[in-house]
Design a binder for this molecule. Structure first.
Ligand SMILES: Nc1ncnc2c1ncn2[C@@H]1O[C@H](COP(=O)(O)OP(=O)(O)OP(=O)(O)O)[C@@H](O)[C@H]1O
Length: 662
């Protein structure tokens, strides 16, 4: 049966309420006990002892003449208050400890995980007995003793949830916004960690109520004369045969609460019905109709289109010497088998204001790593070397090796990033508006709530989203993929960045939405004169937007230059292979696109010669051991790393400046 549907004509919410009804009744009864109870639950009346149920005493009286109904009502108050206190402590301690362990990972996580394992394996009731045995019975000691074993399952659940989220693009996006660990944990990891714990807590209510009753039954819980259900059970036990109304009502109350809490927990865990916070956390469990974008349709981006004019001609906003980002000899290593393995080697590029550099290559060629390395967005164990300068003159900043607190002043302000997986990059718990508000605040462009929201709506409008006020109130999963990418663009624009990095921004979208998004990026580039780095495996996509291109293979740039030159006169056999695999204008109907044989080589240092040689149709023996350098061709800006130069263009001598730039 589909979740949320009616069974026997009863809606899911009504069935959940029905299941939870005994719990709800006792919570309300406990809260209203001073109003509802007909008598003082501790007032003795020996003349009226052991009276059976009657109109005066609906549940009779006990051996001291105390009204049983009043004691049941006050018993609910005490049992559920202790359960609430124990749950609050266990939840808070467990979720915080588990979240910190899951977030930090490494040795701290391992130590905390062992402690959690030990706490879970302890016989909880024995621990509570030992502590109460030393400290004595009483509400306070119960509240101290019980969380000592009840916190551990929450910690385990929270740790598992956060460890699963730790490496996600959503956290990369937050780091990019300049969020510190406290903000990441507090705002973005605690809520999802809390969700499964809340489901478990609904079951735990019954366990704790039963535990309190058991301890009271053993004389170690709530001491007399307090009305407590376990206490009432022990007092009624000798009268089971003669005065059944003493032991049965508290027994029924305990059973009802335990059953209701277990059934409720089961329903919530099964996803049949969720309180609102869980609905935010697990949005995928409900079928949703994405809101359709209302922007005008555009043409397909599936064909390769060379720019009309040679792309050396800068857009109006750009002037020579406007380089906003310059990477020199950028390399990235990861720990590997006791040593290090380079995955990107000696990459150099520069992008000027109002220009777009596309980094293209097959999967695993290192394009994302080369594009994100300057901004500290790789895994923490990545070792980045070389130099990347952001800006020019007095505002220039070296990004490689920037300490985290200084990086926070760059990311989200001077640099914006659009990630490939828009759903993963956005927090499913927060509205679109909250995401953009945060980016606006971080960029120092916010103010009072209403002012920030106005800026947010302006950014959403700039990103081409219709009805920004309504979109701001939506949750990310309610939007289509194209709209979520526009939200990411709005977030990236919040700091009016000098550089926008878009990592495969359109690869999950259909061609029409892809084309609209690329047009939007092109418009923003022109209007805001940003430098853009566009990462893509698809030359057809980049041909729509890029001015220059760097083709990467096995962690190295193998060809670079103005887009029109590279497309019309490719030199490297790998670039030719990429071009042969996409539709080109003027291709005869029925033309078959060729795919390159073989698979991409693993890394830049895996072979002594040209990494592409094993797949190259024109390789000669020397290619296997001589690694060709990136050399300038007929135009100094067009460079290729192939010793055979199948483009047939003459080689120019390379100056030191040219060797370092595009
Ligand atoms: N955390 C990591 N640890 C070790 N190696 C990594 C790590 N991240 C990436 N790599 C390696 O770096 C190389 C380049 O990866 P990268 O993601 O930059 O490639 P890509 O060209 O962007 O591919 P894709 O389009 O599939 O993302 C790959 O060989 C990849 O396995």
């Amino acid at each position: 049966m589909t979740r949320g549907r009616r069974a026997w004509g009863v809606p899911a919410t009504a069935r959940t309420t029905l299941v939870a009804l005994p719990l709800i009744v006792f919570v309300v009864a406990g809260l209203l006990a001073p109003v509802l109870a007909p008598a003082d639950p501790t007032a003795n009346d020996l003349a009226g002892s052991l009276l059976p149920p009657s109109a005066d005493h609906l549940l009779g009286t006990d051996q001291l003449g105390r009204d049983q109904l009043s004691r049941i009502l006050y018993g609910a108050r005490i049992s559920l208050a202790v359960a609430a206190a124990v749950l609050a402590i266990s939840l808070a301690a467990g979720v915080v400890v588990g979240t910190v362990a899951g977030y930090l990972g490494g040795p701290i996580d391992r130590v905390i995980s062992r402690v959690i394992d030990m706490a879970v394996s302890l016989p909880g009731m024995l621990v509570a007995l030992a502590i109460i045995g030393v400290r004595g019975p009483g509400v306070e000691n119960l509240v101290i003793a019980m969380p000592l074993w009840t916190w551990a399952p929450y910690a385990r659940m929270a740790r598992a949830r956060v460890a699963g989220l730790r490496g996600g693009p959503h956290l990369d996006a937050l780091r990019l916004l300049g969020a510190g660990p406290a903000r990441v944990i507090g705002r973005h990891l605690l809520p999802p960690a809390l969700a499964p714990c809340l489901v478990y807590a609904s079951t735990d209510v019954g366990t704790i109520v039963l535990g309190v009753a058991t301890l009271s039954f053993l004389g170690l819980g709530i001491p007399p004369p307090h009305a407590e259900w376990g206490q009432m059970l022990i007092e009624g036990r000798p009268y089971l045969a003669s005065a059944w109304w003493l032991a049965y009502p508290p027994g029924v109350a305990i059973t009802a609460v335990v059953f209701a809490s277990n059934l409720l927990g089961e329903r919530l865990a099964g996803g049949d019905e969720r309180p609102s916070i869980l609905r935010w956390v697990l949005p995928a469990l409900r079928p949703r109709r994405p809101i359709a974008a209302r922007t005008a349709p555009a043409g397909s981006s599936a064909t390769l289109t060379a720019p009309a004019a040679a792309t050396d001609a800068a857009p109006a906003a750009a002037t020579d010497g406007d380089a906003v980002i310059r990477a020199r000899d950028l390399s990235v290593c990861y720990p590997h088998g006791g040593g290090r393995r380079r995955v990107v080697a000696g990459v150099s590029y520069e992008v000027r204001r109002g220009r777009v550099l596309a980094i293209v290559g097959e999967s695993g060629s290192g394009k994302t790593t080369a594009a994100l390395a300057p901004f500290g967005l790789l895994d923490p164990d990545a070792v980045v070397t070389g130099s990347v300068t952001l800006g020019a003159g007095a505002g220039a900043r070296e990004l490689v090796g920037l300490p985290p607190h200084e990086r926070r002043r760059v990311n989200g302000r001077r640099v914006g990033v659009v990630f490939q997986d828009s759903l993963a990059a956005l927090n499913p718990l927060r509205t679109v508006g909250a995401h953009v508000d945060e980016a606006v605040g971080n960029a120092g462009r916010g103010g009072r709530r209403a002012v920030t929201r106005r800026v947010t709506e302006e950014l959403l409008r700039l990103a081409g989203l219709p009805d920004p006020a309504a979109i701001a109130r939506e949750m990310p999963h309610r939007l289509s993929g194209g709209m979520r990418q526009r939200v990411q663009i709005a977030i990236a624009l919040a700091g009016e960045p000098e550089v926008l990095v878009a990592d495969e921004p359109t690869s999950a979208l259909d061609v029409t939405v892809q084309a609209r998004l690329l047009d939007l990026l092109g418009r923003l580039r022109d209007e805001l004169a940003m430098a853009m780095v566009l990462v893509s495996h698809d030359l057809a996509v980049v041909s729509r937007l890029a001015d220059s291109v760097a083709v990467m293979y096995a962690g190295r740039v193998v060809e670079s230059g103005p887009l029109a030159t590279v497309i019309e006169n490719p030199d490297h056999p790998y670039t030719r292979g990429l071009l042969d695999a996409v539709p080109r204008p003027g291709a005869a109907p029925g033309t078959r696109f060729r795919t390159m044989p073989g698979r991409s080589a693993a890394g830049p240092d895996d072979t002594g010669g040209c990494a592409f040689a094993p797949r190259c149709p024109i390789a000669v023996a020397a290619c296997a051991h001589d690694r060709p350098a990136l050399e300038a061709l007929a135009s100094a800006a067009h460079r290729s790393a192939c010793s055979r130069h199948p483009g047939g263009t003459a080689l120019l001598p390379v100056t030191a400046r040219e060797r370092d730039g595009l």
